[in-house]
Each structure stands twice: as structure tokens, then as C-alpha cells.
Design a protein around this ligand. Structure first.
Ligand code: GDP
Length: 442
């Protein structure tokens, strides 16, 4: 699970909101205090947290949310949207050159995962039909060249190197010539890192950049280093004007600070995330999916949107009142069925529910035909029968079964369910009244 501790805290806090039928401003403020703490503990940049929480608060306390039927869920939706926009709204792709080769320069501190990324990125692009070339420009770290050659060998991608006696600027320049001659359409340049940022490193990277004029400068940072990763990104961006960031080691126990702050602080997008040591473990970065993952939401957002688009809020309110007052009729029931049908097949709706796996779905054995049957039965009733099912005697049941193309058993079952639902609502409203009375007495 990515950012486990952050995810757990956010889900806990928002879970409490979701459970409430009505929200007060105080509820939202309290929840936002908890969200703020969770983000700070995850090492998210202080200014970013402040901005984020203010935005969510401002939007959540608005009219639309507080007065909606599902205020808690609306707040969750807002948190999700703001988390997504913090990380960049949509996927940012590599800038490919109009005239190949596309030159991608990787930079970053030592140990961030540049050499590994050369292999991962090469592998990913190769699978998409590109012909990459890896270039060994790290002449300082012992065995760096050898490591790139091993990585290249694993994914069967050629590696250009000139040993460790040449200037990296010359190596990069020669690699470009070599690539062009050999039909490589993507050239991935692995540069040297240092333990800390220093002038010498930055100057060298600046010189390589000027010489090869890359289409894409990707900064590689280690997600485990949190805020440090963010300041590293700021320094590299100032000097090199990078195009994007790759966050590695997201499979470890990174707290989330880097992922959530980098875009806001540097203005540069996250483009990929490293999810493991293997060369297949690279994923394009999708801000929306990352936000959903952090909030443990499955695809509940689409579900909420679907419901918003298909369920008439005014009607839903009326229905709630009818249920309370027990004047819920078969016509209302029919209305409900119509609205549910608009949302799509039941199995598809259930698939969007977080935690619902395919096995559970199979066990549930959902069958849309049942709904069609129920609809047919109700439609075979007269207006009077729909309003007052108690008049439906034996001969009426027979007529309804025949008219709907079902059988007496099905009609009986539906009538029984309807009666039970009404009885349940009566009990509920009795309980509600009793509780209100007790509340007033206290
Ligand atoms: P460089 O100095 O920037 O070239 O870093 P390396 O590519 O040598 O990576 C440093 C270490 O991090 C190596 O042990 C890699 O296997 C490891 N590493 C790189 N990316 C990831 C990742 O996404 N997840 C994990 N768990 N380890 C990674």
C-alpha cells in the first residue's frame, strides 16, 4: 500500500465524515485539522499543506456541500480533487522530438535510482516499439559504467560508453552521433550524481545540457527522502530547468511528502514512479489514480458521479419523507427502479465499490432480470392497487401474475417484501421520534 500511514489516517478522518448525515462547519474544521496533521506527519511541505487545507475547507463549507444529501461524501470528493490537482491533474508524458532521436537526460543525486531508471525507461519505451540507446556518462562512481551495461544487458538494450577517462560532455556528444548512425530513436543519458548538491556537479550537468540540448531532462529523486527530495528538486530545477521528476522507491515505506509537494513547490510534474528494483517496476504517474489510492477509494468517484448524474436529489428527498411517513407506494418503488436502471447494470455498479473483488461479485449472483420482473409486476397493477396494496386479493394476484408474465409466487414475494419494508420504516420512524423526544428531555 502506498503511503500507508498517511492513507490510513486520511481514510479514518474522512470515514468519520462520511458516516454523518449532516455536517456542521465545526465537523469540517475538525476533520481538516486532522488532515493537516496527517499531511505534516507525512513530511509534506508546510506551505503546501496550508494551501491545500484552506482550499478544501473553503470549498467544503460552501452551500452546495453542506446542504447536499451526502455532505460527507462531497467533502471526500473535494479532498480527492484537490489531492489530484496538487499532483498535477493529469498524466504528464515525455516530450518526444519531432525529428528523432529524442534525447532524455537523467540527473539526480547518487543512489536516487538513475542507473536503474535508465534500464526501466529503456525497457518501457522498447516495449512501445522504440529503439533506445543508453549512455554511460557517470565516470566517477566506481562500477557505474559496468552497472549500466548489466542493466542494458538485462533488457537487451545497447549501452554506449567510452570508459572513465573521457569528459562526460564529450561522451554525450559522441553518443548522439553514434545513436543517429545506428538508428536509435531514443537516447537515454545516465549522468553522474553526488552525495550532495555541489557546484562542480551542477556545472557539469549544465555543460552536458548545452552540448546535447535534450528534449527532456528528468530528475530522479528518492521518495524515501521526503522534504530533502523537494529541496533537491528545487536546486536542480533552478540550475537546469528540468522537464519532470521521477520518484523512485515508492514501494518502500515512503511517507508521501515528496510525491505531494514536488509539483506544488517546483511547478514541474511527476512523470513516472519507481515501484520496485526490477526493471519492469516503472509506472507512468497518474495524479488522479494516486489520489484514489491514497484515499482507498476504489473507483467510488465514478460511482458518486454516476449517482449524481442519474439520481434526482429532489425526488430522493421526497422519497425519504414518504418513507418516514409511511406513504411510500409501489409507484415510488417503480421510480426508484427506473433511477437505478439508469446507472447501468448492477454488476457494473458493484464493481466500483471499493473492496468488492470479482469473487465476491460472483457470489452475490446479481441478476438484472430480477429487476425487470419486479418492474413488470408493478406495471400490471392498477393505480389503486399501487397506492393501497392491501386490496390485492387472490384473484387480483392471479391477474397481475398473468399480466406480467410471471407467476403467483413472484407476485406474493414482492408484496411480502413491500409490506416488510413498510413495517421496518414504521419501526425506524418510531425509534427516531423516541430519540428526538429523549434528546429534548436531556
Ligand atoms: P543511481 O546512483 O542514481 O544510479 O542509483 P541506482 O540506480 O544505482 O539505485 C540505487 C539503489 O536503489 C539500487 O539498489 C536500486 O536497486 C535501488 N532502486 C532504484 N529504484 C528503485 C525503486 O523504485 N524501488 C526500490 N525498492 N529500489 C530502487
Amino acid at each position: 500500500m502506498v503511503f500507508e500511514s498517511l492513507a490510513e489516517k486520511l481514510q479514518n478522518t474522512l470515514g468519520k465524515l462520511k458516516g454523518k448525515g449532516k455536517l456542521t462547519e465545526k465537523d469540517v474544521k475538525e476533520a481538516m485539522r486532522e488532515v493537516k496533521l496527517a499531511l505534516l506527519e507525512a513530511d509534506v511541505n508546510f506551505r503546501v499543506v496550508k494551501n491545500f487545507v484552506n482550499k478544501v475547507k473553503e470549498r467544503s463549507i460552501g452551500h452546495e456541500v453542506m446542504e447536499s444529501l451526502t455532505p460527507g461524501q462531497q467533502v471526500v470528493k473535494i479532498v480527492n480533487e484537490e489531492l489530484t490537482s496538487l499532483m498535477g491533474k493529469e498524466e504528464s508524458k515525455i516530450n518526444f522530438a519531432d525529428n528523432p532521436p529524442t534525447v532524455i537526460m537523467l540527473c539526480g543525486l547518487q543512489g536516487a535510482g538513475k542507473t536503474t531508471l535508465s534500464g526501466k525507461l529503456g525497457n518501457l519505451l522498447k516495449k512501445k516499439g522504440k529503439k533506445p540507446l543508453l549512455v554511460a556518462c557517470d565516470i566517477y562512481r566506481p562500477a557505474a559504467i559496468k552497472q549500466l551495461q548489466v542493466v542494458g544487458g538485462q533488457v537487451d538494450i545497447p549501452v554506449f560508453s567510452m570508459g572513465d577517462k573521457q569528459n562526460p560532455v564529450n561522451i554525450a556528444k559522441a553518443a548522439l552521433e553514434h545513436g543517429k548512425k545506428n538508428g536509435n530513436d531514443v537516447i537515454i543519458v545516465d549522468t553522474a550524481g553526488r552525495l550532495h548538491i555541489d557546484e562542480g556537479l551542477m556545472d557539469e550537468l549544465g555543460n552536458i545540457k548545452n552540448e546535447i540540448n535534450p528534449n527532456e531532462i528528468l530528475l530522479v529523486v528518492d521518495a524515501m527522502t521526503g522534504q530533502d527530495a523537494v529541496s533537491v528538486a528545487e536546486s536542480f530545477n533552478e540550475k537546469l530547468d528540468i522537464d519532470g521528476v521521477v520518484l523512485t522507491k515508492l514501494d518502500g515505506d515512503a511517507r508521501g511528502g515528496a510525491a505531494l509537494s514536488i509539483r506544488a513547490v517546483t511547478g514541474k510534474p511527476l512523470k513516472f514512479v519507481g515501484m520496485g528494483e526490477k526493471l519492469e517496476d516503472l509506472e507512468p504517474f497518474h495524479p488522479d489514480r494516486m489520489a484514489s489510492r491514497i484515499l482507498g477509494m476504489g473507483d467510488v468517484l465514478s460511482l458518486i458521479e454516476k449517482a449524481q448524474a442519474n439520481i434526482d436529489q429532489k425526488k430522493a428527498m421526497e422519497l425519504q419523507n414518504k418513507l418516514r411517513n409511511q406513504d411510500f407506494t409501489f409507484d415510488d418503488f417503480l421510480d426508484q427502479l427506473e433511477q437505478m436502471k439508469n446507472m447501468g447494470p448492477l454488476s457494473q455498479i458493484l464493481e466500483m465499490v471499493p473492496g468488492m473483488n470479482s469473487k465476491q461479485l460472483k457470489n452475490l449472483n446479481v441478476d438484472d432480470k430480477e429487476l425487470v420482473k419486479i418492474e413488470a409486476i408493478i406495471k400490471s397493477m392498477t393505480k389503486n392497487e399501487r397506492n393501497d396494496p392491501s386490496i390485492i386479493d387472490g384473484s387480483r394476484r392471479k391477474r397481475i401474475a398473468k399480466g406480467s408474465g410471471t407467476n403467483i409466487q413472484s407476485v406474493n414475494r414482492l408484496l411480502k417484501q413491500f409490506k416488510e419494508t413498510r413495517k421496518m420504516m414504521k419501526q425506524f420512524s418510531g425509534m427516531e421520534k423516541a430519540m428526538k423526544k429523549r434528546g429534548r428531555m436531556n
